[in-house]
Design a protein around this ligand. Structure first.
Ligand SMILES: [Ca+2]
Ligand SMILES: [Ca+2]
Length: 139
């Protein structure tokens, strides 16, 4: 298994490799998350991770809880939600809310406090803030 940290621009999709097979992640502003972008010639089956979010604009992928499986973090501008989705490694994701008052377009995963885990950095467009959330998942 190879797990990489990948930061993606708003509205983009990302790719991770899990057990040698590529996984594609995407965010759409219509409220759904998880549908991959069309990839010509590829045989991809979409698996929704969350269809309730309104205006998810940014995704980040990293192993936030240290279990070796890539997790997904997003901010949904219109839902005002920041959340991470724990990957069980079998195609299922469990939502973990981070904030219910964060209207943002962009996120980054960075070790802000040098404690060897990735924290969440958010640029809150309508929240009018820049904030980081310390990763305390494994503590
Ligand atoms: Ca994980
Ligand atoms: Ca950290």
């Amino acid at each position: 298994m190879r797990v990489t940290t990948e930061e993606m621009p708003p509205g983009a999709a990302g790719q991770e490799v899990l057990d040698g097979a590529p996984l594609y992640f995407g965010a759409q502003s219509d409220g759904s998350m998880g549908d991959p972008l069309p990839a010509e010639g590829a045989n991809l089956t979409p698996h929704d991770i969350d269809t309730r979010l309104k205006g998810p604009h940014s995704l980040a992928i990293a192993d936030l809880n240290g279990d070796g499986k890539p997790d997904v973090v997003t901010v949904a501008k219109d839902s005002r939600v920041a959340a991470w989705f724990e990957n069980d490694g079998k195609g299922q994701f469990k939502e973990h809310p981070i904030s219910s008052d964060q209207s943002a377009y962009d996120i980054r995963l960075v070790d802000m406090n040098n404690d060897r885990d990735l924290d969440l950095l958010v640029a809150g467009f309508e929240s009018k803030n820049v904030v980081w959330y310390e990763n305390r998942i494994r503590k």
